[in-house]
Every structure is written in C-alpha cells, then in structure tokens.
Write a new protein. Sequence first.
Length: 289
Amino acid sequence: MPERAEIFEMGPRDGLQNEKRLIPTAEKIALVDLLSRAGFRRIEVTSFVSPKWVPQMADAAQVLAGITRAPGIRYAALTPNLQGYAAAKAARASEVAIFASASEGFSRANLNCSIAESLERFAPLAEAARADGLPLRGYVSVVTDCPFDGPTPPAQVARVAAALRDLGCYEVSLGDTIGQGTPATITAMLQAVLAELPPDRLAGHYHDTAGRALDNIEASLALGLRVFDAAVGGLGGCPYAPGAAGNVATEAVAARLAALGFDTGLDPVILEEAAQLARAMRAGASDHV
Ligand code: HMG
Ligand code: MG
C-alpha cells in the first residue's frame, strides 16, 4: 500500500485573493464545486478579512452559501479576528484558520499589528472555536525569508508555531510566503519547529516564486511532513507580500507526490479540469500580467 500524503487545496482563497479583477461569486462557487469532486478532504474556500484590505474576498459569505457541500470535505475559511470568526461561523465554515507571522515587518503589513498583539487577538477566537467545536488551523508566514525584515531565524518560527499550538491549532501550516526558501533553509527551519511539534501536526505551504517549491516539499517529506498546501493552476500570492506571486500548483504537487510513491487520493483528470478553470479565471483579468 502506498503511503498517504494530503494536499490541502488553497486555490479559491490563497489562489484568488490577489487577483485584480473582481471575480464573480458564481465563478468562485463553480471552482469550489469542481474541486469538491477531485478528492480533496480540505479546501480553503475564502477569508473573512477586511474588504478594504482584500476586496476580492468581500463575497466570502455568499461563496460559502452557494457551494454544494460534499460529505467528508471540510470547507475552511481564514479568520483574522473575532469579527471574521463570527461571520465564518454564521456562513457555516467547517473549519477556521488563524494566521500569524514569524517576522514583525510582515505581521505589521498583513495584520496591522505586532506578532504579540496578533496572538492576543487570536486567543478569544481560539476559545470561541473550541467552544463551538470548530477545528482551528494556524499559519506561520515568512518562515524562511521576509520581504521587509530579511532572513527569518528558525527559532522565531518555532516560537510562533508553538504559540499557535498552545492556542489549540490542530495543525500549523508553515508559509514560505514569498517563495524564497531553499531545501537548506526549509530544513533548518523545520528542524527548529520539529522540536515543538511532531511532523503530523505540521503542513508545508510553499509558494513557487523561485521555482523551488517542489524541492522544498521533498525536503519536508524527508523530515516526515505529509500535508502540503497548494493551489490549482498555480494561482495566487499574498497581497501584503511584494513578489509573492504563485502558490505551488496542486497538479504539480500531486504529480511529484505520485512519482515519489505517495497516494494523494486525487483524480488527475478533474484536477486538470480545475486547473484549466482556475487559469481561465485569471486570464479573465484585463490588467493581468
Ligand atoms: P485594521 O484596519 O487594523 O482593523 O485591520 P480594525 O479592527 O481597525 O478595523 C478596520 C475596519 O475593518 C473596520 O471597518 C472593521 O469593521 C473592518 P470600518 O469601521 O472602517 O468600516 N474589519 C473587518 N471587516 C470584515 N471582516 C473582518 C474585519 N475586521 C475588521 N474580519 C485586519 C486589521 C486584521 C482586519 C486587517 O489587517 C486584515 O483584514 N488583514 C487581512 C490581510 C489578508 O487577508 N492577507 C492575506 C491572507 S494571509 C496570507 O495570504 C498568508 C498565507 O497564505 C500563508 C503564507 O503564504 O504565508 C495564509
Ligand atoms: Mg500563502
């Protein structure tokens, strides 16, 4: 029996959040519904963030209301604060995610507060999720390199990952937000984080800006990680990380994992269809470069 590895699909959220064209809600719903047929167990559908900060995600509630939910799939949403959590819960998100930064510069740019303030802000949200029985996931951004503060010390990533664990996150996803990590820097970072959390509570979230995401996934597999975030069609980036274009493409990760002997449970035909749909959504942008 081949060993399992899981891809957590990010396309509808991390993939689309940076697109300049305001994508019609119906197109987002169609993408999620297609992804629901591909074999994913977890799909990040949207984010309940300030629409002034990320206008593309302003229709979060409508997207969650419009999708056809398949049994056994968790439909996740990013929630930066209690306001976002309340809206995600009302929209019946099946899990929520909080997102912190390993650097002060990126924390300020992405959340308009320090790392410590963000963790304080997440505490009541985590408490509410626990009381409501909603699974809580955590992200750490800029785990190897920050566009504002330079190289990120691995100990700093371990500290923030441990804080997210202590808040009750069942899994911590480690974001190479600007895709500048290398197998060496990813390995050094993971070695520090693994002193705090076992590999089965970690995920790799590697952007492919420099074309090294697949190598970084292989380095992570070697240290025991088996969950990777990716976006169909390689869409996306973070609006508050200059140069963060390009999540690693789900279909490329699925192919690499299969070549390495892992079973992702994904249907390559539907995956390719979803990748084409995702690329067409991007192509619809008049000012896309
Ligand atoms: P702020 O301006 O400091 O917030 O932003 P505030 O509390 O002062 O509120 C300002 C306004 O926003 C108010 O409205 C609030 O009601 C509203 P006004 O009175 O001015 O009309 N507001 C909200 N509206 C809707 N939903 C909410 C919400 N909260 C406040 N939840 C804030 C602070 C956290 C809100 C802001 O910085 C924000 O929304 N940041 C999110 C940025 C973001 O979405 N970034 C991309 C996702 S993270 C990512 O991509 C990285 C990841 O992929 C991993 C990786 O690659 O590293 C996860
Ligand atoms: Mg990301």
